[in-house]
Design a protein around this ligand. Sequence first.
Ligand SMILES: *Cc1c(COP(=O)(O)O)cnc(C)c1O
Length: 389
Amino acid sequence: MKNIYLDNAATTPLSEKAFEAMKPYFTDVFGNANSQHAFGREAAKAVADARQTIAECIGAKPSEIYFTSCGTEADNWALKGIASQLKDKGKHIVTSVIEHPAIHTACKQLEKYGWEITYLPVDGQGFVSARDLENALREDTVLVSIMYANNEIGTVQPIGELCEIAHKHGVLFHTDAVQATGAIKYDVKELGVDLLSMSAHKFYGPKGMGALYVRNGLRIEKLLAGGEQERAHRGGTTNTAGAVGMAVALKDAVDHMEENAKYVGGLRDRFVSKVLERIDDIYYNGAKDNSKRLYNNANFSFRYIEGESILFSLDLAGICASSGSACSSGSLEPSRTLLAIGVPIGTAHGSIRFTFGKNNTVEDVDYTVDELVKTVEKLRAMSPLYKKN
Ligand SMILES: *Cc1c(COP(=O)(O)O)cnc(C)c1O
């Protein structure tokens, strides 16, 4: 039985290296990193080293890295922390329509509490327009939050350029870089962003570990009130093993970024060209220019059939892909991102995201293409919407 994992945007397996590095912190070195004794100091040293490594990977200073429990927490903290810090300046935030639920839902929550949110549209390939952003900024705008790379269609935004526009108008800029971190080389100082979120399990690190970069000098209200951890910015006992695993995984991703991009991107390109060659009536969603698209991402809409049926059939053939949206828990809402790029509602329902990883092989790609061709033919043959011409 095949067991092919093509859902690396949802999560990646923990790397052996990260796992090995984490092990001592579950057993012998169990101290609380905030305790003032030998056990605590040993844990604190590991956390400090991890913070240093992560900072170096993104061009930040260690004092600008705050550990969180996940990417979702980092996103919520950036939005709500700045909203609350700057509430006397204004209550307007600008974001995009294609943000991950960690941003989108947090914005919906802020609306309930009296903030006004502008959701910028995107073009047919998922890009936010600089002009739209500029037009949306107001006197009372306190924050712009635009994701670096989209989790469904892989579109990579020109973050540096968008950030510059926000700053020109005196507005802070946050980016959800959860999909970009480890995949794209960036430097926070060159980008100019004020805040940036990341999550370890998207780059072969442990689940339940994230970080928020907060530019030095920027004041942000805390999200988790508690002890004095994270330099009194985030209460909660530090996840020592998580911090260590996150640092090892990120360093590994950054050190091997080019070769991973080449290898995984090659698999994705092979997949996309074979699928387009062998299956009619489909759309390849997202950025057409590969330099503006995550190298692991392929997203297709298959006309006349349901994505859920394709996924089910692929799953039976041992292939794990995704409907590429928060279509979770049986919700039949089509993807907000696909609708935003102009995919018609019916077609959006027939969409699948394939995200490749470094553990995939050429054989995985070829087998998946063959199974996908068979599946689509079979389902279309049964579809009342599909007329053979
Ligand atoms: C996965 C993901 C998140 C959430 O990160 P978690 O660590 O799973 O909470 C946020 N934004 C994007 C773009 C993601 O892909």
